[in-house]
Design a protein around this ligand. Structure first.
Ligand code: CA
Ligand code: CA
Length: 354
């Protein structure tokens, strides 16, 4: 009888693990095969070799790029090099990225920048919010951009218990934002367990110096976040949920879920074209390749454009796909005029003419 019971327990456990494994593989699009779809006029951006995780662009064509992310479970091509914020003027004929100098007193040695967001104040001051992971913790750094000097003045570091594992942010004011947490746990072993089991415990948090509160929850892994040009809707990428969540934003900063748009890929950051309201998504077409990083089977890149996101039938267009031979691990796509910038978690960056 004892043996029978043991056998039954082993059988049930085996079935449970098998079921979780199937779900895990599905959420990573582990079996997905894809063919490259190239644009005719693309060039690798010189000087970016070790990541361009997030890109935000000012209305005057200045693009800010976060580079050098070290993220648990993802390869880094320069593990001992600190991160940096690069600036590129997209109005130039042949734009080149330059590193922005950061004011004294900021701990540059442990700078590990991730998601970013720009905000233009009433007096035209440009604020740059940067998710940072010094020593694998999560903070949000607030900077003021000084254009004459190609520099960032550090204003403050924001830490909060509701911001334990921040991936991306969207600025709402000179010191307020929505942030996504991409994991519930902060210890590596528990992060792996949470991901494998498919727990939907991650969230979106509103932060201001006066109030901090959770405004949305129930994501497998909340990643990119952005806002519509009129400021009325908020878009959140659920990386392992293979979907975009659309929320209505209210005056008291709470969010109401409107709908979920499934996409067959792992969406990382979301950019919004300020003139059309179109969404540009940097995506990982096969998450298993991203985490395994096998040189024989490189992680690919995919860029999607969504038109009419609020309509009954949004149009989803696959704009660019690469098998990793050009760029690996695409995390962001952003547009300015007829230029498309494609950034990656740990690899190069591409500039294409549309
Ligand atoms: Ca961002
Ligand atoms: Ca991200």
């Amino acid at each position: 009888m004892g043996k029978l019971l043991a056998l039954a327990i082993v059988g049930v456990l085996g079935a449970l693990i098998g079921e979780r494994l199937m779900g895990f593989r599905h959420r990573l699009c582990a079996s997905r095969e894809y063919k490259p779809k190239r644009l005719t006029n693309c060039h690798l951006i010189k000087g970016i070799e070790t990541g361009s995780e997030d890109i935000d662009i000012l209305p005057n064509g200045l693009a800010f790029i976060s580079s050098g992310l070290k993220y648990p479970g993802i390869v880094s091509l320069a593990p001992n090099k600190r991160g940096e914020i690069l600036l590129m003027d997209l109005k130039e004929d042949n734009p080149r990225p330059v590193e922005l100098r950061i004011s004294r007193g900021f701990d540059l040695a442990s700078f590990n920048p991730h998601g970013i967001s720009l905000y233009i104040g009433d007096d035209d001051t440009v604020y740059l919010f940067v998710v940072n992971h010094p020593h694998q913790k999560s903070t949000v750094e607030l900077f003021k951009f000084v254009e004459d000097d190609n520099s960032l003045v550090h204003l403050k570091t924001i830490k909060h218990e509701l911001l334990p594992s921040v991936n991306d942010i969207v600025a709402l004011g000179p010191d307020s934002f929505y942030a996504t947490n991409d994991h519930y746990f902060t210890e590596l072993i528990l992060i792996y367990l949470e991901t494998f089991l498919g727990l939907t415990w991650t969230n979106v948090v509103y932060y201001s110096p006066k109030e901090v509160k959770e405004v949305a929850s129930g994501f497998y892994s909340a990643n990119g976040i952005n806002i519509s040009p009129d400021g009325k809707y908020v878009y959140v990428a659920d990386l392992f949920g293979l979907s975009i969540h659309i929320f209505e934003k209210h005056e008291n900063l709470s969010l109401t879920p409107l709908k979920v748009l499934p996409v067959d890929t792992l969406v990382d950051n979301i950019s919004v074209d300020p003139s059309t309201g179109d969404l540009w998504l940097g995506c990982h077409p096969n998450g298993m390749k991203l985490i395994s990083h096998d040189p024989e089977n490189l992680p690919g890149s995919e860029v999607l454009r969504i038109q009419g996101i609020l309509s009954e039938k949004p149009v989803v267009t696959q704009v660019y796909v690469d098998d990793g031979s050009v760029i690996q691990g695409c995390s962001v796509a952003n547009v300015y005029d007829n230029q498309l910038l494609i950034g990656t978690v740990f690899h190069r960056a591409l500039r294409c003419e549309l």
